[in-house]
Design a protein around this ligand. Structure first.
Ligand code: CP
Length: 304
């Protein structure tokens, strides 16, 4: 594949190749080798039209650890404010020699459109409510490092599924990898297309928790929320928040995940987020490794 736009485009072999490559790269990092010459002379452009902390910084760190040149573009402060289109912005950046463009955009489908306009590889770093494939890959990598093979593992993804590109990419990838996913959400935060997703749906978190190997909490996306269909924060937290009592219902070896940024005290209690069974900080570190693997495989560098 030349691009990474949807987790659904990855075969099981593709996904395992990315996870195994990330494992190799993690082993290299553990030997205190901080930088590889693999992508020397290549240019990676980070094109961010929406805010990001983890994804933007980890793509930058990943590209730099592979010795690529990195150009960071943020829509704020650019000519986008003067009305320049995505296409003209992309062509301008390509004229500067981008071998890969990493794009985050509020419009679902923006990375797909971009792939028609530029010659380099396009990597989707989150498009609207559609997909966030590298998040799903780093989540699968984090699960595999804690639990081993994902085949038959039970993963509960809980919360604001309606607005979550993380949920969609995770469902697609985890299904490909053989895990069994149950989405847990209030009925008003379940997408209408859910019948076509390869997963189960439940409205009852307390019933799902005792069987889960992984509980992935989603951020309540207040900025995309229509107040008309959202329960009060207190009501949401009472029914769908992972607090200490609910955490105690999970099997002892089960792990807790969250892609970040978190609403502490709302979808997840601080003491649960900070517990030893939480992978939240590991997920961030693994994000750099997974993005190194993706850039390495897309840009076809030779092994160092
Ligand atoms: N998980 C995630 O995509 O975080 P950012 O929005 O900070 O990149």
């Amino acid at each position: 594949n030349r691009h990474l736009i949807s987790a659904g485009d990855l075969t099981k072999d593709d996904a395992l190749l990315i996870l195994d490559t990330a494992e190799e790269l993690a082993r290299v990092s553990e030997r205190s080798i901080k930088k590889l010459p693999t992508l020397r002379g290549r240019t990676v452009v980070n094109l961010f039209f929406e805010d990001s902390t983890r994804t933007r910084i980890s793509f930058e760190a990943a590209a730099k650890r592979l010795s690529a040149d990195v150009i960071n573009f943020s829509a704020k402060g650019s000519s986008v404010s003067k009305g320049e289109s995505l296409k003209d912005t992309a062509l301008t950046l390509e004229a500067m020699g981008a071998d890969a463009v990493v794009i985050r955009h509020s419009a679902s489908g923006a990375p797909h459109r971009l792939a028609n306009w530029v010659h380099g590889s396009v990597v989707n770093a989150g498009d609207g409510t559609h997909e966030h494939p590298t998040q799903a890959l780093l989540d699968a990598f984090s699960m595999r490092r804690r639990l081993g093979n994902l085949d038959g593992r039970k993963v509960a993804i809980v919360g604001d599924v309606l607005h979550s590109r993380v949920a969609r990419s995770n469902v697609l990838l985890l299904h490909t990898l053989g895990a069994e996913v149950t989405l847990v959400a209030p009925p008003t935060l379940v997408p209408v297309s859910i019948g076509t997703w390869p997963c189960e749906v439940s409205y009852d978190l307390d019933a799902v928790l005792p069987k889960a190997d992984v509980v992935m909490m989603l951020r309540v996306q207040k900025e995309r929320m229509n107040a008309a269909y959202f329960p009060s924060e207190r009501e949401y937290s009472r029914r769908y928040g992972l607090d200490r009592e609910r955490f105690a219902k999970m099997p002892e070896e089960a792990i807790v995940m969250h892609p970040g940024p978190m609403n502490r005290g709302m979808e997840i209690a601080a003491e649960v987020a900070d517990s030893a069974r939480s992978t939240i900080v590991e997920q961030v570190a693994n994000g750099v490794t997974i993005r190194m693997a993706v850039l390495y495989l897309l840009l076809g560098g030779e092994t160092a």
